[in-house]
Design a protein around this ligand. Structure first.
Ligand code: 5GP
Length: 138
């Protein structure tokens, strides 16, 4: 079944469109965390980031700074976060890849984060590095 974003891309559902090319669309989030909260979405219908084609990924990478810069200038926000959720456990609600651009304002509007860093275990980090680099060569 087509995701809600595929229906927006197809023009079936309206949006406040900020940007569009052959591979990517950007529009305002319907439930913004702050004014200017934007979604940058590949037209390729894939649920998670690692599933995208290199062409879609490259187009997303090119669009993100372009759209973020325009949103920052237009809103006058002080800063911004880029958020990208993959999987329901990671708070993904729409199963079609998207990046959030979330302007952060001096009064606190925007993304609130709880970040609890640990200390790296170098032995397990070395073992994990071996496994990931093996996957990257596969
Ligand atoms: P996720 O939690 O999947 O990373 O975020 C999905 C985002 O899509 C949410 O912030 C939600 O407000 C937004 N969203 C869901 N449905 C629509 C829609 O129909 N139109 C727009 N513009 N945004 C939507």
């Amino acid at each position: 079944m087509a995701s809600i974003f595929t229906r927006i891309i197809g023009g079936e559902i309206p949006c406040h469109k900020l940007f569009e090319n052959d591979l990517v669309i950007a529009f305002l989030d319907v439930n913004p965390l702050s004014p200017g909260h934007t979604l940058v979405v590949p037209k390729q219908e894939m649920a998670e980031l690692h599933m995208l084609s290199p062409a879609s990924a490259a187009a997303l990478g090119a669009a993100l700074p372009l759209v973020a810069g325009a949103v920052m200038k237009a809103t006058g926000a002080a800063a911004y976060n880029i958020l990208q959720n993959n999987g329901a456990l990671a708070h993904q609600e729409v199963m079609h890849v998207h990046f959030h651009i979330i302007p952060k304002y001096k009064d606190g509007r925007g993304l609130a984060l709880t970040w609890k860093p640990g200390a790296i275990d170098h032995a397990s980090a070395a073992e994990l590095t071996t496994r990931v680099t093996h996957e990257l060569r596969a």
